[in-house]
Design a protein. Structure first.
Lengths: 157, 342
């Protein structure tokens, strides 16, 4: 049984038919064709599928798609403004904060939620904000540095 | 009950690739009609950076801008044979293959340019910015793009190269047993500073200081990135990760990321790295691979530091609080080993 779900995806009005009980990650990837949130563990422990719902970070594999009706969903796919990368994306590239890249979209969304509510985070705030996002390659240090650098760049802009 | 400081040291000689002979890697390079070059490999880039380093090696050898080279990896249906991305072998083995392929392609590029300029190919040089000109006469020049177009649409040539790297088999001397088992070694030394809580058994790594000798660091930022991430994994294996249960039997083992312990972002350890560059003669532009040895020396250094802190010798990994506490109890209390000269 499919039901229509309408919501805003990265600022655009979006309508999609979702299987009842389908999770948001599946609907974003298959229904909307937005492949930026990644499927990692499928049980909310790795954070690779993190998206923002009304500005708050959620692991989209544990969110029922129907519950985002009428709400706003942001993914890494909507972070850049055309060719202009988000300060977080630039800082991740310049700080070599990605290796295999699988955790990167989730890291970026957790970091965006942090910077949107706290433009001048302390190092410990960053550690807390990404504590639900696993990374096996970087040792976290370059990611934490990149997020702090993006906060600095946004403050300067 | 107290917090004890400990310092541990480990050094490592790490062989690059599978040795004793063989371990082949192959690469193909060809130009597009507009003078860009494609490097085709079956190597996997899982974040270690063979795409970036392969691109640099090919551009440097071809004599064209790095922006004009594209590396296509990881399809064994369309790429030539490679043993794989493991054993710290990618940069060394595949790098050598890429250089050979690019050398052959460069020779064809210069032949095609020579035909257009009506000169001898041995008189031609590249400027690394997309131009080919006569040695000492920069005005007699042609672009790489025009050369590729002429080669493919007028001359009927390919601008392509094949590259292969194979480690020669090392024969054993029957009298002495002497042989050359390894083609190339990388080296590292690493010092761990940590604390051990003799009440909880918890180990907290506070600093890593390391020196890595990787030949030439072909891409210094990628080398540093790999060393930092690899050391994190070393800490993780030394102190956290196991598929075995800590308690009574296998059914209590970890089944997902909630139970499989790893250090989180709050446990990141400051790591000071010195990269020493001693270009290796058989390596691509002297570059060996940091690869696996990013993680390896961390484990014995931590075990040594735990012994230094509380006198407990752990002979199995990970060094969990339980093992540390059992060791302290068996010794009748913490036995800090001190530090000579400290």
């Amino acid at each position: 049984m499919k039901s229509p779900v309408t919501f805003r995806l990265n600022g655009s009005a979006t309508a999609v038919f979702a299987d009842s009980g389908a999770n948001l990650l599946d609907v974003l990837r298959r229904g909307c064709g937005d492949l930026s949130p990644k499927y990692g563990c499928g049980q909310g422990t790795c954070g690779a599928c993190t998206v923002l719902i009304d500005g708050e970070p959620h692991v989209s594999c544990l969110v029922l798609a129907e519950t985002v009706a009428g709400r706003s969903v942001e993914t890494t796919g909507g972070l850049s403004n055309g060719p202009d990368l988000h300060p977080l994306q630039r800082a991740f590239i310049e700080g070599f904060a990605a290796q295999c890249g699988y955790c990167t979209p989730g890291m970026l969304m957790s970091a965006k939620a942090l910077l949107d509510r706290n433009p001048n985070p302390a190092r410990s705030d960053v550690e807390e904000a990404i504590s639900g996002n696993l990374c096996r390659c970087t040792g976290y240090e370059p990611i934490i540095d990149a997020i702090l650098e993006a906060a600095k760049q946004r403050g300067a802009a | 009950m107290a917090i004890h400081h400990g310092r541990g040291f480990a050094s490592i000689n790490y062989p690059i690739g599978m040795n004793l002979g063989g371990d082949p890697s192959q690469a193909l390079v060809h130009s597009t009609p507009d003078g860009k070059f494609k490097v085709t490999l079956s190597s996997i880039d899982l974040g270690q950076g063979i795409k970036s380093v392969g691109r640099q090696l090919a551009a440097e050898t071809l004599g064209v801008p790095v922006e004009d080279v594209f590396v296509d990896t990881a399809d064994s249906d369309t790429g030539p044979h490679d043993m794989g991305s493991f054993a710290s072998r990618g940069t060394h083995r595949m790098g050598n293959a890429i250089i050979r392929a690019a050398t052959e392609a460069r020779a064809q590029l210069l032949e095609a340019a020579a035909e257009e300029l009506e000169v001898d190919a041995s008189d031609l040089v590249t400027d690394g910015r997309g131009n080919i000109h006569v040695k000492g006469a920069p005005s007699r020049s042609i672009t790489v793009e025009a050369t590729a177009t002429a080669a493919q649409f007028n001359q009927g040539r390919t601008l392509a190269g094949r590259g292969m790297f194979l480690v020669p088999l090392s024969e054993v001397d029957r009298d002495t047993g002497e042989m050359t088992p390894v083609s190339s070694f990388a080296h590292a030394a690493l010092i761990i500073d940590l604390t051990v809580d003799d009440e909880t058994g918890e180990v907290e790594v506070q600093h890593i200081n390391s020196a890595y000798e990787v030949g030439r660091a072909l891409n210094p930022r990628l080398v540093e990135q790999q060393l930092i991430g690899g050391a994190w994994m070393g800490v993780s294996h030394a102190l956290y990760e196991t598929t075995e249960p800590y308690y009574p039997d296998r059914s209590h083992g970890p089944i997902d990321f909630n139970h499989y312990l790893q250090p989180g972002p709050g446990d990141a350890v400051p790591h000071h790295i010195s990269v020493l560059e001693r270009p290796a003669p058989d390596a691509p532009f002297g570059g060996k691979g940091p690869g696996e040895m990013c993680a390896n020396p961390v484990l014995p250094a931590i075990a040594n530091a735990v012994f230094n802190a509380v006198g407990v010798e752990c002979d199995s990994l990970p060094i969990t609080p339980e093992k540390v506490l059992r060791g302290i109890r068996a010794n009748g209390g913490a036995r800090p080993q001190g530090r000579p000269g400290a």
